[in-house]
Design a binder for this molecule. Structure first.
Ligand code: KG4
Ligand code: ZN
Length: 331
């Protein structure tokens, strides 16, 4: 079945074609416009989606080498995300579905991030644990089966990606902060500074990154160029503090559930040091990492999950609405 996926929840405009579980095209337009502001400006994101949706969808259809009339289903992210941004994608998808007389399905962005793990790891076995680390969310899920998930815990405040983005801003680095901090940290010593690791020893699957960010802010307030620490040392130590918390809690989730298979998802899952640390600390577990191109926002994960759900008979009625907030459920 040929399914078009559309993703516009934040600052990536993306379109993809999936056919019988195979990704035929995966087009992503990252909106560089936001880097001047150090974060995503919602109104600018919506306007960019409006400008790019038609162009990128046409490109996805062309590079999949199909005709538009062959699209049988359309899958579109309806939340969580920025309201205006979600509305652009959902309105576009609904119009196209009506025009083509195609099926439509609304997709939860977080579920799609998790299921992106299956794109290159079709042999992954249920149940598995998934550390979902993106710009807006930091959660650990127990994936019992497709469309059967239990939220084990999440952050009390900032998401890990947000800690990277805000930390980068404090350090004078560009947006998005995750790849910038990772790059800068390469030349640094990650044990030069001891940043706080909130809740790391608690026996609950929970995170807190707001204190870490404040501690970096205070440190930088009194930082001088002539200091004994380099920006790379600070970036490496800050990154290590975030990663130590993530790894400690996925280890705890393994211990509490007895589930042996572990995966990661979301933009922060691109981080090489996080991947190495999981490999090192969970030596007795089966570990699955999604391909780098399926970690940050993309529409391949939307078209892939959409096709699976349509085949399960889970189509949406055309009147579905956007759902900007996360409400503890993802299927
Ligand atoms: O999943 P995603 O593309 O969007 C959301 O759903 O939020 O994740 C974006 C987040 C940003 O906070 C970005 O800084 C972070 O992923 N990120 C990284 C890396 N690449 C992207 N964080 C750490 N290391 C990276 N290499
Ligand atoms: Zn995302």
């Amino acid at each position: 079945m040929i399914v078009l996926g559309i993703e516009t929840s934040c600052d990536e405009t993306a379109a993809s074609i999936c056919n019988d579980g195979k990704i035929l095209s995966n087009v992503v337009g990252s909106q560089v416009i936001h880097s001047d502001y150090g974060g995503v400006i919602p109104e600018l994101a919506s306007r960019e989606h409006e400008r790019l949706l038609n162009i990128l969808t046409a490109k996805a259809i062309k590079s999949a080498n199909i005709k538009i009339e062959e699209i049988e289903g359309i899958a579109v992210t309806n939340g969580p995300g920025l309201s205006g941004a979600l509305l652009t994608g959902v309105s576009f998808a609904k119009g196209l579905a009506l025009g083509l007389n195609a099926k439509i399905i609304s997709i939860n962005h977080l579920e799609a991030h998790i299921i992106a793990n299956l794109l290159d790891n079709s042999d992954i076995e249920y149940p598995f644990l998934c550390l979902l680390v993106s710009g807006g969310h930091t959660q650990i899920w127990l994936i019992k089966n497709l469309a059967d998930y239990i939220l084990l815990g999440e952050t009390r405040d900032d998401a890990a990606g947000e800690a990277f983005d805000k930390g980068a801003r404090i350090l004078g680095l560009n947006y998005p902060g995750g790849p910038e901090i990772e790059k800068c940290a390469k030349n640094g010593n990650d044990s030069r500074l001891e940043f706080p690791r909130a809740l790391i020893n608690s026996n609950a699957v929970e995170f807190s990154f707001s204190g870490l960010k404040t501690s970096l802010l205070y440190f930088m307030d009194s930082f001088e160029e002539s200091s004994e620490y380099s920006i790379s040392d600070i970036a490496a130590s800050y990154q290590k503090a975030i990663i130590d918390c993530l790894v400690a809690k996925i280890k705890l989730a393994v211990k509490l559930t007895g589930v042996n298979t572990v995966s990661i998802a979301g933009g922060v899952a691109k981080n090489e040091i996080l991947r190495k640390s999981i490999d090192k600390n969970l030596k007795n577990n089966k570990i699955f990492f999604p391909d780098l191109k399926y970690c940050t926002d993309n529409a391949a994960m939307i078209s892939y999950l959409g096709e699976k759900k349509i085949k399960m008979g889970k189509c949406s009625h055309i009147s579905f609405s956007i759902n900007p907030n996360f409400n503890s459920k993802i299927s």
